[in-house]
Design a binder for this molecule. Structure first.
Ligand SMILES: [Zn+2]
Length: 219
């Protein structure tokens, strides 16, 4: 474990120390006052070895990097029923930050099977309705899509050790467990990133001259 540190006791004092001393970062722009729990994920702070570090410099430039490493975050968001998630904030996304959030229904009723375009109107039973983009007939959602949004207000912002100690044992334990789980998710994301470094090479290819794009290819 890299971010998740071993803690032997779980007294109120130890839990309060852990929460009060945890690294924190802004939930919005760097000048915003709201802060939440965070871990630094700049590549020089990830404990990478020589060859991994060189490759990491390349991999962090990939446009689809977050898609490749965010499975642990999706799992965390699901297990908290959308109440929490982890986002990347700071210049170059160098900080993983714990956010509160929620699932919501964006109101889409149907979608295009051809191009994936969503539509707010349901297709009436027995009728056919073309997609506005590509004219393929639309299909109604059996289960409406669920989107997730994050809240930019901080978590436990400005709370001191004494404030944590004023909480009940169970309130404190709930916070403690949440932030421990956050550290674990950060470890899992770091593992995904390292797996990426070990299993893939970055190839540059020319797509429709003259645009150079980077993508990942399995070795
Ligand atoms: Zn379409």
């Amino acid at each position: 474990m890299f971010f998740l540190k071993t803690i032997f006791g779980k007294s109120k004092e130890e839990m309060a120390d852990f929460l009060a001393n945890h690294r924190r970062y802004s939930t919005m722009g760097t000048r915003s006052a709201a802060e939440s729990y965070s871990n630094c994920c700049k590549i020089h702070s990830l404990g990478l070895r020589g060859a991994q570090l060189a490759k990491a410099q390349e991999v962090v430039q990939l446009e689809n990097l977050q898609d490749l490493i965010n499975r642990p975050i999706r799992r965390f968001t699901e297990e908290t029923f959308g109440a929490y998630t982890v986002g990347f904030n700071g210049r170059m996304g160098g900080h993983m930050v714990l956010y509160s959030g929620e699932y919501y229904d964006p109101g889409y009723k149907s979608y295009c099977t051809g191009c994936g375009q969503r539509n707010y109107q349901a297709v009436p039973a027995g009728e056919s309705a073309p997609c506005g983009v590509c004219t393929t007939p639309r299909t109604n959602y059996k289960v409406p899509p669920r989107f997730h949004r994050v809240h930019s207000n901080g978590i436990d912002h400005g709370m001191s050790r004494d404030d944590f100690l004023d909480l009940s044992q169970s309130q404190l334990k709930t916070k403690f467990d949440l932030v421990r789980r956050f550290d674990e998710v950060c470890d899992q994301v770091r593992n995904e990133f390292i797996t990426l470094l070990d299993d893939f090479i970055v190839v540059e290819e020319q797509v429709m001259v003259p645009t150079m794009v980077k993508r990942l290819a399995r070795i």
